[in-house]
Write a protein that binds this ligand. Structure first.
Ligand SMILES: Cc1cc2nc3c(=O)[nH]c(=O)nc-3n(C[C@H](O)[C@H](O)[C@H](O)COP(=O)(O)O)c2cc1C
Length: 171
């Protein structure tokens, strides 16, 4: 909650070629739609930060969280993992029960990054509000992996729904 009593939805993302960023922004759009529908702008604030600029105090003041990142080398991307490593013990036992959602971008799999992030969130005793959404960008060659990504309409809508659900739960 912020100093004016508004609840906070905190969105943390890392993205190298754009997919996870688009997932985060789709979720934010979904959350904003719900806030507008319920005329609740005075009740819920959305704070969006890239993983390297996000820190423990952001987590502690958040009422709900959304984490968005790619799978890299069969693990959560380094920048997102660094955020979790940096904040883990400062936030331990101080986030218990708060709702969260997880969005993972992947070239072909994504399951290891999802599992790794879920374990961290379980350690924080966060409550998942939906199954992890993994967007498969079908990038397996070096050329495709390094190319800018465009999220499918289906993935965009799924992320939007998750963001909207998280916002609705906080209102
Ligand atoms: C170094 C590197 C390693 C990757 N390893 C995996 C992997 O293990 N599994 C997978 O499904 N995709 C892998 N990918 C593909 C990315 O997950 C995919 O391109 C995704 O779109 C990246 O998200 P971003 O566009 O938000 O950066 C890798 C990409 C890079 C750059």
């Amino acid at each position: 909650m912020d100093s004016t009593g508004k609840k906070i939805l905190f969105v943390v993302w890392h993205s190298r070629t754009g997919a996870a960023k688009q997932m985060a922004m789709a979720a934010v759009e979904g959350a904003r739609d719900v806030i507008a529908e319920l005329q609740a702008a005075h009740q819920l604030n959305i704070i969006i930060k890239e993983a390297h600029e996000a820190d423990t105090p952001d987590l502690l003041q958040a009422d709900g969280m959304l984490f968005c990142a790619p799978e890299n080398l069969a693990a959560l991307s380094g920048a997102m993992k660094e955020f979790f490593d940096r904040c883990y013990y400062g936030a331990l036992d101080r986030l218990n029960g708060r709702p969260y959602a997880l969005l993972i971008s992947a070239g072909s799999d994504g399951s290891n990054a999802a599992r790794q992030a879920e374990r961290i969130c379980t350690g924080w005793r966060l409550t998942p509000i939906a199954p992890v959404h993994i967007a498969n960008l079908h990038a397996q060659t070096a050329e495709d992996i390094l190319a800018p990504k465009k999220l499918s309409k289906q993935d965009y809508e799924a992320c939007k729904t998750i963001g909207g659900t998280l916002a609705a739960l906080l209102l």
